[in-house]
Design a binder for this molecule. Sequence first.
Ligand code: NAP
Ligand code: GLV
Length: 316
Amino acid sequence: MTLLVITTSDRGTEFAEAARHHAAGLDVRLWPDVGNPADIHAALAWLPPKGVLAMLPNLKLMVSVGAGVDHLLSDPGLPDVPLVRYVDPDLTGRMAEYVGLQVLFHQRRMAEFIELQRQSRWEYLPEPAANEVRVGIMGLGVMGRAAIDVLRPFGFQLRGWSRTPKAIDGVACFAGTGDLDTFLAETDILVCLLPATPDTRGLLDARLLAGLSRTGRSARLPGPVLINAGRGSLQVEADILGALNEQTLYAASLDVFEVEPLPQASPLWRHPRVVVTPHNAAESTADAIARYFIRQVRDMAEGRPLENLVDRSRGY
Ligand code: NAP
Ligand code: GLV
């Protein structure tokens, strides 16, 4: 059994070394040193160059380094072999930390307190209690449910939106485009944990932002907040900046961007009420990723069912 690690990111060596560590006896190669393409049976991929996976005639399994698989499905030549996405407590726990941190940051108006500190100003700002704030989670999959679990103990009023209907204890659940406006109108802090698919592209636009919290904002939160750790293709950055500047939106935390790395010229870098992070909301360790990859490879080799298979017709 020969394995290939394939990525255009700078983490390839790290992934390959971790895979060798967990795959005693298996040959692990790192693209572009593929050797004979016919040797390769399984690939661990993150942002692979397009067309290269199609050149591996004996490929039986592809494992995505990310929970999101848009980086693979955007390859028109992607081989028709099982595609498994990454689902692991290491990744999920990190996303829960990110969402908890960003929601509390904005609920407690920290962007303004940091600005006041810079000016050596001792001033109180009214802050809502968590139980006065409605947090709406877009995407009720692995990440969305982890976000709910981390927010629940604080007492936030929780709402969720997904493609198909869900029932989650203590969460008002909405589904499909028909429910979207109602969901938005009841949301003060919107947390986007959706995958990038043709249906979600450009969803976070001016129309959507204008629909937030229409039925009555929390008295002490100056306006709605957007947190996006899904994918950059979901957001229209010009609309987000427009909404921030006209105060339809109070603040934003963005981990993902239309173009990554975020270009230096983007005003998002410098906006006083925007938190920018470099697509690291949930950046898993090479060790956890390699362990997961090798477990999938062994499951396939020993005829066990594969976990977390991607449904290509849904796009996630
Ligand atoms: P998942 O378990 O597949 O869940 C996806 C959720 O999105 C599901 O609830 C699904 O609805 C919903 N959804 C998909 N398309 C929709 C649509 N058109 N309308 C409404 N809801 C829709 O995925 P996950 O593991 O939670 O990960 C979600 C995404 O997070 C990934 O795809 C990735 O882009 C992003 N992510 C980012 C980072 C980071 O570091 N920034 C890290 C990990 C993941 P159903 O339940 O009805 O199917
Ligand atoms: C990271 O962005 C992931 O999809 O896991």
